[in-house]
Design a protein around this ligand. Structure first.
Ligand SMILES: NC(=O)c1ccc[n+]([C@@H]2O[C@H](COP(=O)([O-])OP(=O)(O)OC[C@H]3O[C@@H](n4cnc5c(N)ncnc54)[C@H](OP(=O)(O)O)[C@@H]3O)[C@@H](O)[C@H]2O)c1
Length: 322
């Protein structure tokens, strides 16, 4: 019997790459599934590498609806993610997301559409945080998918990427200087953290439990952690670097200045500021518990990456860490 095809958008990127990887390697999946990996450039190394590993690599552009329909044709499941940060244009991201939904809805073989979503922050905050465009745009696509009668969708909600921390949010401002983590929020704010390499574990659980997760949100996070705990675990992993490590809460305007000093446009600095205030004021997942998602993962829950493991293995610190 022919195997089911999962079409993976963003297959050369962080989330989609992890989904492609697990469907190419996990025996519980390879028995029934093959991978169709979508990219704009089938000639680049990451695309060729996917082909070498057994994926069918196809070209499509999220700005070209006909190419999306062609890429989805004949597949049973679709994993769809868009990259807001490439254009920083929410309207464009919504158009891309709706084109993905429309293509899946028009393809009779598609039994499951998995959308990499985020919450509507404007709504969650009653308008107090109106500028977190990359969340609201993904939520608009989720809402569109929910509006289509009988459209079989599940919404994967990725947590805060751990890859934002090493060398980026936790960094030395001068050589051999103290390691500092800088955010505009209290050190007790809960942050659901996520290693993008774990995306596949969540999507595996979504696909294997299709009937019970249709219409649901699945929360992609290992656990909630606070900035204070992030620093104390950093100190455990790197006792030498940890001696001077500290959390530095800065006022909102100072945080924006930091981002703008690094070349970010004003609207994006405001967007990221509000994105962080979300953790403290309303909750990144609106206070949702991770228990139901973790129960769905079964034994795979133990494989979720911890902050300590991510810190130990990260290549992004820029110096040798001790
Ligand atoms: N940073 C965080 O903490 C965080 C947390 C939650 C969610 N997110 C969201 O994660 C999303 C990015 O996901 P990611 O990290 O997996 O992305 P990524 O690693 O930057 O990769 C982007 C992927 O999207 C594909 N892509 C982009 N534009 C495309 C287009 N026009 N047509 C076809 N494919 C296109 C790229 O494919 P090719 O280049 O090969 O064509 C690539 O595979 C963003 O929208 C962001 O808002 C981020």
């Amino acid at each position: 019997m022919d195997k089911n095809i999962i079409t993976v958008f963003g297959a050369t990127g962080a989330q989609g790459g992890s989904v492609a990887d697990i469907f190419l390697t996990d025996p519980a999946l390879t028995i029934d599934w093959t991978v169709r990996a979508v990219t704009r450039d089938i000639q680049k190394d990451s695309s060729k590498n996917l082909a070498k590993r057994g994926a069918e690599v196809v070209a499509a552009d999220l700005n070209d609806a006909a190419s999306i329909r062609k890429a989805i044709d004949g597949s049973t499941a679709v994993f769809a993610v868009t990259n807001y940060w490439e254009s920083m244009d929410a309207a464009k991201e919504i158009t891309q997301g709706k084109a993905l939904v429309d293509a899946a809805a028009a393809t009779p073989t598609v039994k499951h559409f998995i959308w990499s979503s985020l919450l509507d922050v404007k709504k969650l905050s009653n308008g107090a945080l109106p500028n977190v465009y990359h969340f609201d745009s993904k939520a608009a696509v989720e809402s569109y998918a929910r509006s289509l009668p009988d459209f079989p969708a599940t919404f994967f909600m990725p947590g805060f990427y751990l890859s934002n921390l090493p060398g980026q949010t936790i960094r030395q401002f001068e050589p051999n200087g103290p390691w500092t983590m800088t955010f505009p929020i209290k050190d007790s704010a809960p942050m659901p953290y996520f290693d993008t390499n774990d995306t596949g574990l969540f999507v595996k659980a979504i696909v294997l439990n299709r009937d019970s997760v249709l219409g649901k949100r699945i929360y992609g996070a290992t656990e909630y952690i606070t900035p204070k705990e992030i620093i104390s675990q950093f100190q455990e992993v790197f006792p030498e670097a940890g001696k001077t490590a500290a959390y530095n809460q800065v006022p909102p305007e100072a945080y924006k200045s930091l981002l703008k000093g690094a070349g970010m446009p004003d609207f994006a600095a405001q967007e990221l500021l509000e994105n962080f205030l979300l953790f403290e004021q309303f909750g990144y997942f609106g206070g949702a518990s991770l228990d139901e998602t973790h129960a769905l993962l079964g034994e795979d829950k133990e494989k979720l990456t911890t902050w300590k493991k991510h810190a130990r293995e990260s290549k992004k610190w820029g110096v040798e860490m001790k």
